[in-house]
Design a protein around this ligand. Structure first.
Ligand code: AMP
Ligand code: GLY
Length: 422
């Protein structure tokens, strides 16, 4: 079948690479894609939010499956758009409807959902401009650090962790008066949880689910998890501390009640659930839900899936996930991101990337790249993800780092300590 994949990051290049291993994938289209996805199929110059242009492409290229990479089109209702259109209704859209994507689209909704279904998460309060004073009082009763979260999507910037009460109160005022626009018109204030974070993924049809390999990503720009947050500097799968006992708790206390909750609330959900978790004294808590795969986690999770992912996604679409026996590679995977100097603050684009054809023993996934003539040049902050396999994550990392030195572009930067805390 012809498949359309929406997105343009390392996550999408990885998914595209995996889709092409399936005999069921006849032709792959990627919108808008990058220089890497260009070698996996046909890039279409369509924005992920332009539903009408997506519809035209689906009809023109006789596409039967649409896989949605990023959260924005999901929260904006691409699934519902397809459902409401007679000519698109039968297409398998992999990604939840608006009623499911709100688990990522509204942090207040997610907290209320977790409370109803007794899913472990940090204690919280929810405030708007009309309850500002209650919010200030709530902060005054907390012990810092204090976690403030914009309710809506804020391009990964909507979470602030403050070390003192006065600062947190000032931030609350700023957020409620539009610091993140509409996204912070409601603010969630949360208890700070101290522990080690990890990412668990499942694919669901709203009733059944299959758990994918677990991963840990490294978000900060600096060594030892210091400095500003980024879209992700590297990842490891599996993180060794996530043992069977912890995963059993995750499944019983978090995954099962979440999927049951999705069912009980009649949310439209065919697609991936991303559980952003933290382990506190050997117990898992939910930090956040996302309604899609993670990036850079996908770059280590998908290479460990041995089963046919088109079959897996089709089974989710048809409500037959229980017929799938998911096979996972026992080996570890790591990914190391090469980023543009200056990122996540100001950086330059358009730098020529050398050495792409000289790497060995790793998978090279493109993120912020584009083709200029036949040259691959940088086109974003996070540029290339280098994924490797190994008998353990240290062996895999060694390979990723060898190739991190082979690929080069002006002002290249990367973290040399991925997995440092494992
Ligand atoms: P989120 O966008 O909700 O994933 O938050 C971004 C980051 O903030 C998370 O990856 C955590 O590192 C941190 N964070 C969020 N909520 C909490 C919390 N309740 N306690 C400690 N850290 C948190
Ligand atoms: N790696 C975190 C995310 O994709 O949101």
């Amino acid at each position: 079948m012809n498949i359309l994949l929406l997105g343009s990051g390392g996550r999408e290049h990885t998914i595209a690479w995996k889709l092409n291993q399936s005999p069921r994938c006849s032709h792959l289209f990627i919108a808008p894609g990058n220089a890497g996805t260009e070698t996996e199929g046909t890039n279409l110059a369509i924005s992920v939010s332009d539903f009408e242009a997506i519809k035209d492409a689906v009809l023109q290229y006789e596409i039967e499956m649409v896989i949605v990479g990023p959260e924005l089109p999901l929260v904006e209702g691409i699934y519902d758009y397809f459902q409401a259109d007679e000519s698109l209704k039968e297409i398998a859209v992999i990604g939840p409807g608006k009623s499911g994507a709100i688990l990522e689209g509204s942090k207040a909704f997610a907290k209320e959902f977790m409370n109803e279904f007794n899913i472990p998460t940090a204690a919280y309060g929810e405030f708007t401009a009309s309850t500002l004073q209650e919010g200030l009082d709530y902060i005054a009763q907390q012990t810092p650090p204090i976690v403030l979260k914009a309710d809506g999507l804020a391009a990964g910037k909507g979470v602030l962790i403050l070390d003192n009460i006065l600062e947190a109160q000032n931030e609350l005022k700023e957020m409620l008066s539009g610091k993140f626009g509409e996204a912070s018109s409601t603010v969630v204030i949360e208890e700070f949880l101290s522990g080690i974070e990890f990412s668990v993924f499942a694919i669901t049809d709203g009733k059944e689910y299959k758990i994918l390999p677990v991963a840990k990503d490294y978000k900060r720009i600096g060594e030892g998890d210091t400095g500003l947050n980024t879209g992700g500097m590297g990842a490891v799968s599996p993180p060794p501390f996530v043992d069977d006992t912890l995963m059993q708790k995750v499944e019983e206390r978090i995954i099962k009640p979440t999927i049951e909750g999705i069912g009980k609330r009649n949310m439209d959900y065919i697609g991936f659930v991303f559980f952003g978790l933290i382990c506190v004294n050997n117990d898992p808590y939910v930090i956040e839900y996302n309604c899609r795969m993670g990036d850079p986690e996908t770059e280590v999770v998908f290479p460990r899936i041995q089963s046919d992912v088109v079959e897996l996604m089709m089974a989710a679409h048809e409500g037959k996930l229980n017929t799938i026996n998911l096979e996972i590679d026992d080996r570890s995977t790591t990914t190391v991101f090469l980023v543009s100097g200056g990122y996540p603050e100001a950086y330059e684009k358009g730098k020529i990337i050398d050495g792409l054809d000289q790497t060995f023993g790793s998978l090279i996934f493109h993120a912020g790249t584009k083709l200029e003539g036949d040259q691959v040049v940088t086109n974003g902050g996070r540029v290339i993800a280098i994924t490797s396999y190994g008998s353990d994550f240290k062996e895999a990392l060694k390979q990723s780092y060898e190739n991190a030195n082979v690929i080069d572009f002006p002002k290249k930067n990367f973290r040399t300590d991925i997995g440092f805390d494992l």
